[in-house]
Write a protein that binds this ligand. Structure first.
Ligand SMILES: [Zn+2]
Length: 205
């Protein structure tokens, strides 16, 4: 059972990466969207759940060349996981049974750059995003400076989001522990279009 679900997870990830290769090459799959839309009207069963940054350059369906019904997407600035994001992901874990949860951050993430700069936020809502990113910035500051600091903080922040999901959601934690759900950390490269996996395959963390 466990090996079967891990197999499903790697199959789902392989399919996402195949889509990313098509996106990079500029050869997206042709899709019969009208018949697909009609078929999906009765229900969804998607291959992956994603928590992705809201940045307009990082649309998950585009960068992974996926279609209607393929991925259940939650997007927040800086791919941070607050209670509403967690609840949305929990819904997908409980009802859609996707084998993978992918965290998608990206190069030059404005939310992480703002958190690194320490600038004062003009609202409590913006401050809430920064507070989620600060632990990752602190981790990165211990090891890097300048542009390297931002790049490292972006990766730390993707990892931090994964840790937050596990720490703050029993539903996600149980799904991961039982092997039903694999967590994948990934970074999108703005210029090349490549998605790079950051954590090794296998159970998490
Ligand atoms: Zn971003």
């Amino acid at each position: 059972m466990l090996s079967e679900t891990i197999h499903l997870a790697s199959e789902a990830w392989d399919s996402l990466m195949a889509g990313n290769r098509r996106f990079v090459a500029g050869t997206p799959q042709a899709r019969a969207l009208i018949s697909l839309r009609q078929k999906l009207a009765s229900g969804q069963s998607c291959k992956a759940i994603m928590l992705c940054c809201s940045d307009s350059r990082v649309g998950p369906e585009l960068i992974f060349d996926q279609s209607l019904g393929d991925i259940f997407v939650v997007r927040t600035a800086g791919n941070v996981a607050d209670a509403v994001a967690l609840g949305s992901i929990e819904y997908a874990v409980e009802h859609l049974h996707s084998p993978v949860l992918v965290l998608v951050g990206h190069q030059k993430c404005g939310a992480v750059i703002a958190a690194c700069s320490g600038e004062k936020m003009p609202s409590s809502n913006l401050k809430a995003i920064m507070e989620k990113i600060h632990p990752a910035v602190a981790q990165a500051k211990a090891r890097a400076k300048g542009d390297e600091l931002i790049e490292l903080a972006i990766r730390e922040n993707i990892h931090q989001s994964a840790l937050d999901l596990l720490a703050n959601s029993e539903i996600i934690r149980i799904a991961v522990k039982s092997g039903k759900l694999s967590v994948i950390e990934a970074e999108y490269e703005l210029g090349t279009g490549h998605v790079v996996r950051l954590n090794a395959p296998g159970r998490y963390p």
